[in-house]
Ligand binder design. Structure first.
Ligand code: ADP
Ligand code: MG
Length: 915
């Protein structure tokens, strides 16, 4: 195999200790570096392990093979730190096992052992080799080579070992894309991320650069806050222009500081940011928080480069800072707001203003914060990073995010689905329904992420999505203190004023909560204990005459009923209440713990939308002014309970696809069309075929004569006489709307007439005709996929055909689809009875439909450059499924393997977006 393209592009990645290295293919120019690594970077013993012996010529021979001319069949990747080659992993294709096998070898400089260099390189090599169609790594290793065996075990791939004369032959099959491997890559990525975030969120020392003497300046304010907040390590100030700030000495530069700051806070003008960052990096600083905004593209790029070069994590620019309340750290490096109350909520925001508002509301409510980060322009540290931090910081039990996106969309589903199993994650979704739809024209793209869908997608990732900061705080108040309800979410509403009870019941219905009828014995019990005239059905109306003791008994009876999962209790002050001890609220606060149900109170005379009431047992109970807010909070808790109750489902089995060939098709199209676009019908057909997606035979005919031959050919292939003819031109969107589809053409004359008709209608615009056999009638569905900026790849199923937009009967899932998704998607449509069968109508070929769903999911996950795919209609019948119209749009995005660890490339000001 000849090498026409670099096997993988260069990528920055983190080692296990958080150090960033550059991983890129080793080329002809690297021979000296490779040799230097072998000869000077490694001890005799390491060399013996690498070269399976002591031949002094071996290093040169191998360096020649990796870097010299004629390196056919060789893939070699190097890890560079600060321009120095610190490790290498390579593989050479062999003819063994009928090809597809490659000999693997690796070497790491002694000084860089035990930092995960070899593992990282091997991961990248696995990725590159898979792309090349290599299906197995084989390696001969010395039995004593512990390090290399650890690399293999750590990979998480199945490893077969065979001992032979002191050498261990290792075989690693690569085509089993099993969860173990992905999990292992994930796990290592996480450890590295966490190690690198420690300098940011648990620094031992901090410097503020740009602290000025001017009262009210950002730098000075942060400096004062850091000192007042009681940061447990040294705090330094750097300012070349002034000797003393706020009574303490300022240093002229980073190099002059008495120690190396873990964290540097930059409040300097944009022009000075890149130079300062580089200075910090050289000094050994490991994290930056950049307050500065307004960096131009060149300044931004230099800032990011310095961070990469020196393994610094970066928050901002345009950040409002970070805060860590752990008493061992007490870091208040934020501008604005008061130092948050210490507690267990993790807060990350993109906009500083929202952040301050959120912190204030939390403080007011009495919810303490573990970590606060204002992410600003998110060049590096993202929501995904923080979710991972909170997942394992041992303090955070509630995550609150206000972000436009979470980081890499392809990592989103995976990270969120995992983290939300351990803690509630709440976000504000402002319903930016335009998100994934920009520049899109297909049904799928237009339908993929309207507001309703975004909500379900968040829910599918286990995330609680609120519509506003207010709703976020209201939901947090409940989730933070109340037990989760049963997933059924059956609510009993209790009020001491009937009208309010009805309002609350309506609010529950609106939030999708059920108000079940109460069991007969509970009704009888309530009848006995409540004042005369009380309503004992759900909603329960205790009447204003209810006393604390009766109310208490009523709540206990409801809690025991067994058919109720949550209580919503609405109380209005009544004229009967003489003093505080008499208030019905007292009864509510009297030991809700023993009721083991989530309780939300509604107190209409309360001055703020939500606050906590302290219970007799010391617990806290959220009380709301608006019954609708309480109902929404309960519905969010119910959704979370459902999510936790649902066991994680296995990923859908992918089809036996030709991924390598498919990728080549897409790459070839993009090489010819750098701006991307819709694939031509022939390429589309080819691509679908590689994912075993059943497209009806489609013959592209340029001329009238070709069209006639095509129709004859289809007949000869055994299709019954009639054909469909569709005019084709590049970039075409909806054909029938333009009159470009003719169905049921029976004779040669009809085919000829159709061609002439199209020619007259479309003129030179028409590039030809697509001729297909007429498919037997059946139910027309739409199966589509789209890459969303927030959620990553999505798969959509709906009622299809030309009226699909009118019907709007659709369901969407995060890709990769799980086995459960394949089960539930068809059942969720309003058209479900047409698919699943009903009396008089047999069920359609469900297995065929599920294969198509799994195939489309695999295709968009494998090929992130497919930005839209639309199979419409997929005609489903009892005897099979077939697609008669498919369109695929591709775009040049940096290829990105979701499981390949690398740092996110930032979308720099003035540049196109990142992956
Ligand atoms: P477009 O979606 O661009 O308008 P289609 O190729 O989907 O064009 O054709 C429109 C409709 O024509 C389909 O929804 C389907 O009902 C019908 N149709 C198209 N091709 C065939 C075919 N080969 N066999 C049967 N019906 C077809
Ligand atoms: Mg169509």
């Amino acid at each position: 195999m000849s090498i026409t393209e670099p096997p993988v592009s260069a990528a920055e990645a983190l080692l296990a200790d958080g150090t960033a290295v550059l991983v890129r293919p080793v080329g002809a120019a690297d021979r000296a570096a490779v040799l230097d690594l072998y000869v000077h970077g490694m001890s005799d013993e390491s060399r013996r392990m690498r070269f399976l012996g002591t031949s002094p010529r071996a290093p040169e021979l191998v360096a020649d093979r990796l870097c010299g001319p004629g390196r056919s069949g060789v893939l070699a990747l190097g890890a560079w730190a600060d321009g120095e080659l610190v490790g290498e992993a390579d593989c050479q294709e062999t003819a063994e096992n009928g090809g597809g096998s490659a000999e693997l070898a690796m070497a790491v400089a002694d000084a860089w052992h035990h930092r995960g260099v070899a593992t990282l390189l091997t991961e990248h090599l696995v990725h590159a080799a898979r792309k090349r169609g290599i299906r197995e790594f084989a390696a001969d290793t010395l039995a004593g080579n512990r390090a290399v065996h650890k690399v293999f075990s750590d990979l998480g791939l199945p490893v077969h070992r065979h001992l032979d004369h002191g050498e261990i032959q290792v075989r690693v099959p690569l085509d089993e894309d099993d969860e173990g491997y992905l999990g292992a890559v994930d796990e290592r990525g996480r450890t590295a991320d966490l190690a690198s975030l420690a300098a940011l969120l648990r620094p031992r020392s901090v410097v503020v650069v740009g602290a000025s003497r001017r009262v009210g300046s950002v730098g000075r304010t942060v400096l004062l806050k850091l000192r007042r907040g009681g940061f447990t390590g040294p705090v330094w100030a750097v300012n070349p222009h002034t000797g003393v700030i706020a009574g303490e000495p300022a240093y002229p530069g980073i190099a002059e500081l008495p120690g190396v700051p873990d964290l540097a806070v930059l409040a300097v003008p944009p022009a000075v940011v890149p130079g300062t960052a580089e200075e910090c990096g050289r000094a050994g600083t490991k994290a930056l928080v950049v307050f500065t905004s307004g960096l131009d593209a060149a300044q931004a790029r230099r800032l990011v480069q310095s961070c990469r070069r020196h393994s610094m994590r970066l928050v901002g620019p345009n950040s409002l800072g970070v805060a860590q309340t752990d008493p061992e750290v007490r870091l208040d490096a934020e501008f604005g707001g008061a130092f948050p109350l210490s507690g267990t909520a993790g807060v990350a925001v993109q906009s500083g203003g929202v952040g301050i508002a959120l912190l204030e509301r939390l403080a007011w409510l009495g919810i303490g914060v573990s970590t606060f980060v204002s992410l600003g322009d998110k060049y590096d540290v993202s929501g995904n990073d923080l979710l991972q931090w909170w997942e394992s910081d041992g303090r955070t039990d509630l995550a609150l995010l206000h972000l436009e996106s979470f980081g890499s969309p392809r990592a989103f589903a995976r990270t969120a689905r995992r983290v939300t199993r351990t803690l509630p994650v709440l976000t504000v979704d402002a319903g930016r329904s335009d998100a994934g739809r920009r520049g899109a024209a297909s049904h799928t793209a237009a339908a993929a992420t309207p507001t309703v869908t975004r909500e379900t997608l968040f829910r599918r990732a286990g995330i609680t999505a609120a519509h506003s900061v207010a709703e976020l705080v209201e939901a947090a108040a409940l989730l933070h203190t109340q037990p989760l309800p049963d997933g059924r979410g059956r609510v009993a509403v209790v009020s001491n004023a009937g009208g309010i009870g009805i309002l609350a019941a309506d609010a529950c219905a609106e939030a999708g909560l059920e108000l079940p009828p109460l069991p007969a014995d509970t009704v009888a019990e309530l009848y006995d204990l409540l004042p005369a005239g009380a309503g004992t059905a759900n909603p329960v109306d205790t009447t204003a005459a209810v006393g604390p003791a009766e109310l208490r008994s009523c709540l206990d009876a409801l809690a025991r009923a067994g058919t109720v999962d949550a209580l919503l209790v609405c109380l209005v002050p009544t004229a009967l209440v003489q003093d505080d001890a008499d208030r019905p609220l007292r009864a509510l606060l009297d030991g809700p713990g023993r009721r083991h149900l989530p309780v939300a109170a509604v107190l209409l005379d309360q001055e703020v939308p939500v606050r906590y009431r302290t219970c007799a047992d010391g617990g806290r109970l959220p009380s709301y002014t608006d019954p609708a807010a309480a109902a929404r909070a309960l519905a969010h808790a119910r959704d979370r309970a459902r999510w936790l109750a649902e066991p994680p489902s296995a990923p859908a089995a992918p089809p036996d696809a030709d991924t390598v060939g498919a990728r080549r098709l897409v790459d070839a199209f993009l090489a010819a069309h750098p701006d991307g676009g819709w694939l031509a019908p022939g390429t589309t057909a080819d691509l679908l075929d590689r994912y075993r997606l059943p497209l009806t035979p489609s013959i592209h005919a340029r001329t009238e004569h070709d069209a006639v031959i095509a129709a004859q050919t289809l007949r000869a292939l055994g299709h019954d006489g009639r054909v469909a003819a569709k005019a084709y031109w590049p970039g075409q969107v909806h054909k029938s709307a333009e009159g470009a589809v003719r169905l049921g053409l029976g004779s040669e004359t009809e085919v000829r007439a159709c061609h002439r008709h199209f020619r007259a209608l479309f003129g030179d615009r028409m590039a030809g005709l697509v001729i297909q056999p007429m498919a037997a009638p059946g139910l027309e569905l739409l199966v589509g996929a789209v890459q969303d900026e927030v959620f990553g790849p999505l798969v959509l199923l709906g009622l299809g055909g030309t009226a699909t937009d009118v019907l709007g009967d659709r369901t969407t899932r995060l890709a990769p689809l799980t086995e459960r998704d394949l089960e539930t998607m068809p059942a969720e449509l309003r058209a479900a009875p047409l698919i699943l069968g009903r009396p008089g109508a047999p069920e359609t070929d469900l297995t065929g439909l599920r294969h198509v769903l799994a195939g489309v999911s695999a295709m968009v996950c494998d090929l992130p450059r497919i930005v839209e795919a639309d199979l419409n209609p997929l005609i489903v019948r009892p005897d099979g499924v077939v697609c008669v119209d498919a369109r695929i749009r591709v775009e040049h995005r940096p290829s990105y393997d979701p499981y390949l660890r690398r740092l996110r490339r930032p979308a720099l000001a003035g540049e196109a977006g990142g992956p």
